[in-house]
Write a protein of this length. Structure first.
Length: 148
């Protein structure tokens, strides 16, 4: 007999939205998962046809449940169990974040990779290699100013 409902944390882990079931449950507890616009607890059940929204900053992904499973699936089988209906605007935002990469690095994301470091060096050399001297020395001229 086929199940008609499945726990949301188990289903998201099984369909590879999250790497572990613990991470899936934590996302639910932190309010990053909603079903039909309402925040979902890890024990919330999902049915075929439900729309699940998952916030993985900076993007909010949307998935339609096509089938239920409680066992982890191979990556090739996932499309038979969920449909990615994420709006194009969210996918575009993800592309922008990927492109900005090292330039807009948020605190705590670690050191730049070697490649990012080389790109940053090239960028700063181009910016400073056009004859500008960014090391202005304003302290020496204070005596020359006549302020009354």
């Amino acid at each position: 007999m086929a199940k008609t409902e499945e726990r949301i944390d188990k289903w998201m882990w099984a369909t590879r939205i999250f790497k572990t079931r613990t991470v899936s449950a934590e996302a639910c507890k932190k309010g990053r998962v909603s079903v039909g616009g309402a925040q979902a607890k890890p024990s919330r059940t999902v049915k075929v046809g439900d729309i699940i929204e998952v916030r993985k900053p900076p993007v909010t992904y949307s998935f339609r449940v096509l089938a239920l499973t409680e066992n982890r699936l191979g990556a090739k089988l996932v499309p038979g169990y969920l449909e990615n209906i994420t709006p194009q605007s969210q996918l575009d935002l993800l592309e922008v974040v990927k492109i900005s990469g090292f330039i807009d690095r948020r605190k705590g994301l670690g050191r730049p990779t070697k490649r990012e470091g080389r790109e940053l060096s090239r960028f700063t050399e181009q910016a400073t290699g056009d004859g500008w001297d960014f090391d202005f020395d304003f302290d020496d001229d204070d005596e020359d100013l006549d302020i009354d």
